[in-house]
Design a protein around this ligand. Structure first.
Ligand SMILES: [Zn+2]
Length: 289
């Protein structure tokens, strides 16, 4: 059952240019920064040309519904007010170049009158993003704040408190793991004319966040079962490599061992983001640990 309701606006140059996405490599989270504006309000606003500004997003979520106002295979102008900082998301379609707008889906969270994002809105957004991940073969390593793409302060509450953003991604990943058995098979998704190969065939994003994509790549390199779940067998394989006690638990000693191996500060803690995880992701991209 989908949690996303399609209610498309008409094609217009400002808010629904009608161009096709090159591929879907990520999902970008936003907040509307518009206190009291519902999903319906935003559909109406962008349906009327969005004040003749080049802007918009695919999906607007509020505490009662999630409206998809632009089809998921079309471009929205949601994350390109300055240069894209994520190399993986550079896309080129016609006149658009190096632009995350052609490789991502934009999801906007609506804001309450008091300037906060309601818990129900966040919960609904978790469901929306989980559904999108399944549809496009993505996972928590493919989720971005608008801030990560261009440096814009959006969604502001998650820029101020990165722990809330980490919590959101964990919630999505937990929902995805519920379907771990079916998502380990290689999926190909065809969007427009370009075919996206499943996540584990791609280069890992070096972002310092240890999500399922990183675990999958790690499992491949270490030669254990590839399921994206950081379980005992995977941790033991790591422990063997870093000469830690093979108890299958990712504790301080094991983390310290990894930090030594990757020449990063040794404190036994994995921060979000973590320089050790970044170093590991770089190695994994070369099929090394
Ligand atoms: Zn934004």
């Amino acid at each position: 059952m989908t949690v996303i309701k399609n209610d498309y606006i008409s094609v217009n140059k400002y808010t629904r240019p009608g161009s096709k996405l090159a591929s879907v490599k990520g999902i970008v989270l936003h907040w509307t920064a518009n206190a009291g504006g519902t999903a319906k309000n935003h559909k109406t606003f962008f349906g009327n040309g969005g004040g003749s500004r080049y802007a918009g997003a695919h999906i607007f979520v509020d505490k009662t519904e999630a409206l998809c106002i632009v089809p998921l295979n079309e471009v929205c102008y949601h994350a390109n007010e300055s240069t894209c900082r994520i190399k993986k998301l550079f896309g080129k379609v016609g006149n658009y170049q190096g632009n995350a707008n052609v490789t991502t889906i934009g999801v906007e969270m609506c804001v309450e009158k008091n300037g906060t994002i309601h818990k129900d809105t966040i919960d609904r957004t978790v469901n929306v993003v989980t559904e999108l991940c399944k549809k496009f073969g993505l996972d928590d390593g493919d989720l971005y704040r608008h801030y990560d793409i261009t440096g814009k302060n959006c969604p502001a509450p998650w820029v101020t408190k990165p722990s809330e953003w980490a919590k959101f991604k964990d919630a999505v990943q937990a929902k995805l793991k519920g379907k771990a058995n079916t998502s380990t098979t290689n999926k190909t998704t065809s969007i427009g004319t370009i075919t996206k190969v499943s996540a584990d065939k791609e280069e890992l994003v070096v972002d310092g966040y240890w999500g399922a994509a990183t675990t999958k790549r790690l499992q491949k390199v270490l030669g254990v079962t590839v399921d994206g779940v950081l379980g005992k067998a995977t941790i033991r394989a790591i422990q063997k490599k870093v000469s830690a006690d093979p108890d299958g638990i990712l504790g301080k000693e094991t983390i310290k061992g990894m930090q030594k191996r990757f020449n990063t500060p040794v404190d036994g803690i994995i921060s979000k983001p973590s320089t050790m995880v970044k170093a590991m992701q770089r190695k994994l991209n070369n099929n090394k640990f």
